[in-house]
Design a binder for this molecule. Structure first.
Ligand SMILES: [Zn+2]
Ligand SMILES: [Zn+2]
Length: 275
């Protein structure tokens, strides 16, 4: 039987740094990490602190875990979960890890150097899983299977970031986190996200806040709606919530956004979408 499951599960939705308090508990305080199941394949997009709980869950669910891990960029909030990902410490597990060269440093080295004293007590050598690293860059088209493709796009962000479009059996989702928009919608982004079923978009700021945050490398929920409408994307997920965006305000932003584009939701830890 053909497994046509295509689902997205959110483990971390917060930007910049974990934000754990009674005021963030509803939407969640962990930094970016998304699980995508596409048929028999497991994809993990970004390895923020959300990766820790995902790791625990995978260990409980199955043996011989194998996954493709895509890293949009290596700012702390997108890699901080790596040393705490339990499946890395079991030798029967297998991971393919994809990301960019940074400052002429090979991607594997950028990741491995996250783990060393005095910042972390053990080095990458303690990891027992079979991990292989793949250097990717903008414009790549990566075939993970006949019917599963990941495409990449350069995003305007300090130190650069990649956006991803995951296509599986005629459906797609796009991950456009950590991007500062241009005043007029970027045609390359519009083309990249065209007709996608789910657009996950950097909604760190409101338009009002953005006036004071130019050059910080992030976007607004209002720009997310503009892009969604112009590119005929179907569903918009507001993502990478600001550290100090509390539950009440996020719920209010979601309501405001839904008045303009009803199929908009603020990403929440534990939220699951089926395409
Ligand atoms: Zn970020
Ligand atoms: Zn960043």
């Amino acid at each position: 039987m053909v497994n046509s499951e295509f689902s997205i599960l959110f483990w971390g939705v917060r930007g910049s740094t974990p934000s754990i308090s009674k005021d963030t508990i509803e939407f969640g305080g962990n930094t970016p990490c998304i699980q995508i199941n596409a048929g028999k394949h497991l994809l993990i997009i970004d390895a923020g602190t959300g990766l820790c709980q995902l790791g625990k869950k995978l260990m409980e669910q199955k043996e011989n875990i194998s996954a493709h891990i895509f890293i949009s960029h290596t700012h702390w909030d997108h890699v901080q979960g790596i040393p705490f990902f339990l499946p890395f410490y079991e030798k029967e597990n297998q991971f393919k890890i994809y990301g960019e060269i940074k400052n002429n440093i090979p991607f594997s080295q950028v990741i491995k150097s996250l783990m060393k004293p005095p910042y972390f007590p053990v080095t990458w050598d303690t990891i027992k899983a079979d991990c292989s690293f793949y250097e990717i860059s903008q414009g790549d088209v990566i075939f993970l299977d006949n019917d599963l493709v990941v495409k990449t796009l350069r995003l305007n962000h300090p130190d650069d970031a990649l956006g991803f479009r995951i296509e599986f059996q005629g459906k797609s989702c796009c991950y456009i986190s950590d991007i500062e928009h241009k005043e007029i919608a970027d045609p390359q982004i519009l083309q990249f996200i065209e007709n996608t079923d789910v657009l996950i978009y950097d909604a760190s700021f409101t338009e009002e806040e953005y006036i004071h945050k130019k050059g910080w490398g992030h976007s607004t929920w209002e720009k997310g709606i503009e892009l969604t409408q112009q590119a005929s994307a179907k569903k918009l997920i507001l993502f990478h919530h600001d550290t100090y965006r509390y539950d009440e305000e996020l719920a209010s932003i979601e309501t405001q956004a839904q008045k303009i584009y009803p199929n908009t939701f603020a990403a929440k830890e534990g939220m699951e979408l089926h395409l």
